[in-house]
Write a protein that binds this ligand. Structure first.
Ligand code: ZN
Length: 281
């Protein structure tokens, strides 16, 4: 069996709403603090410890975010918005009211009123006050404008509702072909890249994955690990690109098991059938 990279690299820092927050150290002195919000969302603080500034990804529950910022003793300068859904972009206006100087990056094609800077594929964004920058990856499908934010130097990607651990987002405003392109783009990032996604859906996703690839040993191992994490109230993020390629069916549309299962060697067709199967699972 090939090795997975999902060893617990984070330390827990107390419980929020029945889910524990965690700190994950990254390369180049950056850190990610997960902030569990709403029923199963994750917002993230991306912290530059040296400059003592932070960006926040999808701060849909401003109270919890501001409390986490205070606890970390950092200056929040930047919002990174992945897409227009209320449980991701819905806190932006209130955040700007509380902190008028905030730079708010948001995807152009999602037309988010609270944006100060609209972004799309190929743009670079910065954590204001830090030298740290991230690239914008256009990943339309879940919404028309959905973007992910990738840090090459810190080796991390914030995937919103495009890529989840063991799954992907619903195709609300796009097609199977677009999701395939988006996941191919993410799948071609360096394998050690850590994935921070928008929801704690892992166990449910892996249950579905096991229904289509029951013999996949990496998948079985991930399920055992994820179940144990959740029993402790611990998050199952981050994952890595390397690991997702081993067991996430939506990133394995060209695998023999799935092309056989769906009787098609066309990855778009497999993607479409997988999504339909998951929707009614
Ligand atoms: Zn969404």
């Amino acid at each position: 069996m090939r090795q997975l990279l999902f060893a617990s690299w984070f330390g827990s820092i107390g419980s929020v709403g029945g889910r524990k927050a965690s700190i994950v150290p990254l390369k180049v002195g950056m850190e990610v603090r997960s902030v569990p919000i709403l029923s199963d969302n994750y917002s993230y603080l991306l912290i530059d410890r040296q400059k003592n500034v932070a960006a926040v990804v999808d701060p849909a529950d401003p109270k919890k975010i501001l409390a986490a910022v205070e606890e970390e003793g950092v200056k929040l300068t930047t919002i990174l918005t992945t897409h227009h859904h209320w449980d991701h972009a819905g806190g932006n206006a209130e955040m700007r009211k509380a902190m008028p100087d905030l730079r708010v990056y948001a995807p152009k094609d999602d037309h988010i009123a609270s944006a100060t800077d609209e972004v799309e594929e190929g743009d670079q964004v910065s954590v204001v006050g830090s030298a740290h920058t991230l690239s914008v990856l256009g990943t339309p499908c879940h919404t028309r404008g959905h973007v992910c934010y990738h840090s090459t130097t810190a080796e991390a990607v914030f995937t919103g509702d495009t890529l989840f651990v063991g799954g992907c987002g619903r195709f609300f405003e796009g097609t199977a072909s677009q999701m395939l392109k988006a996941l191919d783009k993410l799948g071609s990032l360096p394998p050690q890249t850590k994935i921070f996604c928008g929801h704690e859906y892992t166990v449910a996703n892996l249950k579905f994955a096991l229904s289509v690839e029951p013999e996949n040993q990496e998948l079985q191992a991930k399920m055992n690990w994820a179940t144990a994490q959740r029993k402790e109230g611990l998050p199952t993020i981050p994952s890595t690109i390397h690991d997702e390629l081993q067991y996430n069916p939506f990133m394995r549309t060209s695998s023999k098991t799935l092309t056989n299962l769906y009787g098609s060697s066309d990855p778009v067709g497999v993607m479409k059938q997988l999504r339909e199967a998951k929707n009614s699972f």
